[in-house]
Design a protein around this ligand. Structure first.
Ligand code: FEO
Ligand code: CA
Ligand code: CA
Ligand code: CA
Length: 597
């Protein structure tokens, strides 16, 4: 473990009141700076951004749209590499007069494809602060990954029948990654970036072969009706997005992608061993015997939490040995059972008689790289149709598993269950105790022996989100008059003291205020004392967050500011007062204190 046992930290910042302003709001005593914005030139030869003269060629060299996961790797004290996911595009805000994909100018579709993916950018510290800016001339590492970047499929499903297409008869090469939401970093310094709602990029499911339709539907791809309506229509510039012509193309998306940010010429790897689903994030921990565990959520109503454990051990300093660790091992899915009688769970969120939503769980093995444990599924089928394999294995249906993070202080693992308005009261169970679940909750897993390689764990729900005046909420038993409302927890991170930082996606539609970044101790006397640290502009969700190793900076990424507006009638003008630009912001303490201290 990175640092010694649980402490009793109290967060020292003055929590902000979260409202509806079109700014990034931060606590007293803190400062902020926009680090990089959509369109900023990042790779050599990139032109200056001009929203009225966009081209795909320019966008391929400029910072992409909708920043989600943010990671930072220091290069000495005052320089570092920032990795940022570009999850998706809001064409209504990017292009004047945009109506839909069917009518869209083909160049606008190409620009949108180039604005997806991710960016590696070198940044440097401003003075002695926790503020950062793009490094001038720091173009050695800078890189854009887009919806057309060549990638390799690796692991046991690579080359399988399910992944072969006309353009790639070997089933090992794929162009681009789509809808990369959250992610993680490996101990060997690579980035794991996760393809989430890849289903939305495909059309023509109605024309796919009948025998493939059930699997397409399980992944949210329509197989009847007008599958083109409301779609971005990437198929208009590249026919591989039309499943009536290339039905396996969708099987080549929905993976965890590993990228080496230090080598701009490296080929990103889609790691099939980690399964295919709407991957939210991927958090690594080492097992007691030095193997690598990766915790992953599938962000869909009633979908699952997964864990991968490598066969091989992590070898410090050996990038080569570590570069294939994620290709062999075991993929598990979580099954949770509560310890309170079912009749004490009525979906209202009222605590059962034992005073806790808690119980035991097991990691059910779906397959190794050589052997399937799910009847009727080959290894390749488990890894490509992972949701169907997990259905067959009787996994526990969760309320949209988003990000998962492990506490550096205790090793306990936390998952954000963002919400599930479709859970009926009668479907409430102890790990998902409200039906409907409008505001989400946090799940805590304690692996047996605190070993990430364990197959058994205990679990507990420390926080049930919402307005603290709502009796269905719970803040680890803390005095609810002293905590703040939170809804729709999404991305998570930890500070080195072991406080959990939670960013949200969905507060405007549920509690009527902007999305925000919160922090809460999860151990000790102040456990449950939730405070708001920052809020993002109108219409944005709060992505990132990432706290640098020196604890002096937190990066956040306001994603899709003003998302319900249009180019001509923007609902947000953040950050520059003209049109909205998804961006990354650094926040630091004016006196140089650690974040939150
Ligand atoms: Fe892209 Fe599950 O949030
Ligand atoms: Ca209980
Ligand atoms: Ca997310
Ligand atoms: Ca979300």
């Amino acid at each position: 473990l990175a640092s010694p046992g649980p402490r009793n930290p109290r967060l020292k910042f003055d929590g902000i009141e979260v409202g509806t302003s079109d700014r990034v709001e931060i606590p007293r005593g803190y400062e902020q700076r926009v680090v990089v914005r959509w369109g900023d030139p990042v790779v050599p030869g990139a032109p200056k951004f001009d929203i009225n003269r966009q081209t795909a060629e320019a966008q391929e060299k400029q910072f992409g749209y909708n920043c989600d996961y943010v990671a930072f790797q220091p290069l000495g004290r005052d320089r570092g590499l920032l990795w940022v996911n570009h999850e998706y595009t809001n064409e209504n805000l990017m292009f004047r007069g945009y109506t839909d994909g069917a009518e869209a100018d083909l160049e606008h579709i190409r620009i949108a494809m180039a604005a997806h993916g991710g960016s590696v950018v070198e940044i440097r510290r401003v003075g002695r602060t926790g503020g950062w800016r793009l490094a001038d001339g720091g173009r050695h590492f800078n890189r854009r990954i887009t919806a057309t970047t060549p990638m390799k499929l690796t692991g046991p499903a690579a080359g399988s029948e399910l992944l072969r297409t006309e353009a790639d008869p070997e089933g090992t090469r794929v162009l681009g990654m789509l809808n990369n939401c959250a992610g993680g970093m490996t101990p060997w310094g690579t980035i794991l970036t996760c393809e989430e709602n890849f289903n939305q990029y495909f059309v023509g499911g109605e024309g796919a072969p009948e025998e493939k339709k059930a699997a397409l539907r399980r992944y949210g791809i329509a197989t009847s009706g007008d599958t083109r309506a409301g779609n971005r229509r990437f198929d208009r510039v590249d026919e591989r997005f039309d499943l009536s012509r290339h039905p396996n193309e969708a099987n080549r998306f929905g993976y965890v992608v590993e990228i080496d940010p230090f080598d701009p010429d490296s080929t990103p790897r889609k790691r099939t061993m980690l399964g295919r689903f709407k991957h939210e994030g991927a958090t690594t921990r080492l097992t007691r015997d030095g193997r690598v565990a990766v915790y992953m959520g599938d962000d869909e109503r009633f979908d699952y939490i997964y864990k991968f454990v490598s066969a091989g051990r992590y070898r410090k300093g050996s990038r080569r040995a570590n570069s294939s660790l994620l290709d062999t091992g075991t993929l598990y899915v979580a099954r949770l059972s509560g310890d309170s009688p079912a009749e004490e769970l009525d979906g209202s969120g009222a605590l059962p008689a034992d005073g806790a939503f808690d119980g035991r769980g097991e990691w059910v093995a779906l397959c190794t790289d050589k052997k399937s444990f799910v009847e009727g599924f080959t290894v390749a089928e488990v890894l490509v149709h992972t949701r169907l394999a997990a259905d067959a294995a009787g996994a526990t249906k969760m309320d949209r598993p988003e990000d998962i993070e492990a506490s550096p202080a205790t090793g306990k693992v936390y998952c954000a269950l963002t919400n599930n308005s479709a859970r009926e009261p009668g479907q409430a169970d102890e790990p998902n105790p409200r039906g409907p679940n409008r505001f989400g909750h946090i799940l805590e897993l304690s692996e047996q022996g605190n070993d990430a390689g364990a197959t058994r764990f205990r679990w507990d729900v420390p926080i049930v989100c919402g307005d603290p005046e709502d009796p269905s909420t719970y803040f680890a038993g803390y005095d609810k008059s002293k905590v703040v409302a939170i809804s729709s927890p999404d991305n998570l991170t930890f500070d080195e003291q072991g406080n959990l930082w939670i960013s949200t996606d969905g507060q405007p539609g549920t509690i009527g205020v902007n999305d925000a970044l919160f922090a809460v101790p999860v151990e000790g006397r102040y456990k449950g004392e939730l405070k708001a640290f920052a809020s993002v502009p109108v219409g944005a969700e709060c992505c990132g967050p990432f706290i640098t190793e020196d604890q002096k900076t937190v990066f956040i990424a306001p994603q899709h500011p003003g998302e319900d507006g249009t180019f001509d009638e923007p609902q947000s003008t953040w950050p520059d007062g003209d049109f909205p630009r998804p961006s990354v912001v650094s926040i630091w303490n004016s006196k140089g204190h650690d974040i939150g201290r």
